[in-house]
Design a protein. Structure first.
Length: 255
């Protein structure tokens, strides 16, 4: 329990409450710029039990997530997040407005993005990147205490869960198909620091892991990209301040 974190798993199936949708109409305020990446999902924050995700999310409005796993920007700009407060006037945008859709192969990939209502289930997550070879020396360089990979297996068995692919996770611990004893959020921090050094972002970027939270993970289930995971992470203080423009997004892919 010392290493477990609460999270919400959003799936197209199940019997949990509907809290948003994969795909659907892209609704944005008139003065909002066109997103640079395709639309992944929209979450109804009033319906989302934020406390179950362990995050200080807004209590109303919609959270829109954007990403494109094919992107490989070294500054962590493979996606974005937008909060649309409740009562904001919105209009529908073309879901193919990002330049990626102008390339046939990329458009085919976007067509495979999942669509449909997302149902929420409260869950626990563990730092999956630790394994049975996780030594005390490795612990000294990590953010987590050592434990057996069997613990992850037991949690999956208790959930009767064959895997995370095709799900959207809110909060909790980030995970990838293959890991190297490095928390995926640490990779987000590294890209954010590079972006800061290159003058790509304004404001402070903390190098301390404890200052960051996982906003969302998307374990894609797209043909040819089944091993891809997209990570949205943000500094906790930015999340509290509703600075969703400071969400940093990376992707991992095991081809």
């Amino acid at each position: 329990m010392a290493v477990a974190r609460p999270c919400l798993r959003l799936n197209l199936g199940g019997d949990g409450p509907v809290v948003g949708q994969f795909g659907g109409p892209l609704l944005l305020p008139a003065d909002a710029p066109d997103p640079s990446h395709p639309h992944v999902a929209s979450l109804d924050l009033a319906a989302l039990p934020a406390e179950a995700a362990g995050l200080p999310l807004p209590s109303d409005g919609h959270l829109l997530l954007f990403a494109f796993p094919e992107d490989d920007d070294c500054y962590g700009n493979v996606g974005s997040a937008v909060h649309v407060p409740a009562g904001t006037a919105v209009s529908e945008r073309d879901r193919y407005l990002s330049w990626w859709a102008d390339v046939d192969d990329y458009r085919d990939m976007i067509e495979q993005y999942p669509r449909g209502p997302l149902r929420a289930a409260a869950d626990l997550s563990l730092p999956h990147f630790c394994d049975d070879d996780f030594s005390v020396d490795m612990w000294n360089d990590s953010k987590w205490p050592p434990y057996s990979a069997a613990l992850v297996g037991l949690l999956r068995e208790a959930r009767d869960d064959a895997g995370d692919w095709g799900t959207l996770q809110i909060g909790g611990c980030a995970s990838e198909e293959v890991t190297d004893l490095r928390d995926p959020v640490e990779s987000v921090i590294s890209t954010a620091l590079r972006a800061k050094k290159a003058g790509k972002v304004d404001g402070e970027v903390s190098e301390h892991f404890a200052d960051w939270v996982l906003l969302a993970d998307w374990h894609t289930d797209i043909e040819g990209w089944e091993g891809a995971t997209v990570h949205w992470a943000v500094q906790r203080e930015d999340l509290i301040a509703r600075r969703f423009d400071r969400v940093f997004v990376t992707r991992y892919w095991n081809p």
